[in-house]
Design a protein around this ligand. Structure first.
Ligand code: ZN
Length: 197
């Protein structure tokens, strides 16, 4: 497994490319912005983008979703509960923060807790971690966990936006604390790859 990252968009979102070492078949986790830069990073590393995995539907994680999906033909994966955020600029907060309409009408594959997504030799396991949004998920693969805005280094996501729920987040973080023990955390914002203890 190879992991490359970029920090993109108006609120410095972490964008991750995770690729099979041998084939270069890759997934993009949260295409925040600038499809051109994501494509350039893939090209530099000999990756071919096959899938797009979303940790949740907020605007700052989907800014390049349409362009990237159209240019690569990649399939989009998102939890059922957050599909409505992709479709609606008010629900994904792009209107609230920037007065711009960021949304996507592209077809998606809806995922649920316990699902697995494979790309060549890579297998991602989906864990539902509602609280930041209803459809927030974490992706587990080997020694890595991609936590989106559920868990940051030394903090966690806000719960005051559409679909947020403090009590749900607390339950999700408790579950995550057990599951992510000893793994490297790749969050949606801020420093990556701190080992979770
Ligand atoms: Zn968010």
């Amino acid at each position: 497994m190879k992991i490359k990252s970029l920090i993109l968009g108006p609120v410095k979102t972490n964008v991750f490319l995770v690729a099979d070492k041998k084939t270069g078949g890759a997934v993009v986790i949260d295409p925040a912005d600038r499809a051109d830069r994501i494509l350039a990073l893939a090209k530099e590393n000999g990756f071919t983008i096959r899938k797009i995995l979303l940790t949740h539907g907020h605007f700052d994680h989907i800014g390049a979703l349409n362009e990237l999906a159209e240019k690569t033909g990649a399939e989009i994966y998102v939890a059922s509960e957050d599909v409505e955020l992709l479709r609606d600029a008010r629900k994904n907060s792009s209107m609230l923060f920037f007065g711009i309409d960021v949304h996507s009408d592209l077809p998606v594959t809806e995922i649920h807790d316990g699902d697995t997504i494979t790309q060549d030799s890579l297998t991602f396991t989906v864990r539902a971690t509602p609280g930041h949004t209803k459809g927030s998920v974490c992706y587990f693969i080997e020694n890595a966990v991609f936590t989106g805005d559920t868990l940051f280094q030394g903090g966690y996501g806000r719960t005051d936006l559409y679909g947020g729920d403090r009590d749900e987040l607390r339950v999700s973080l408790m579950a995550l604390a057990a599951l992510a023990q000893g793994k490297k955390i790749y969050p949606g914002h801020g420093p990556t790859a701190s080992t979770f203890r």
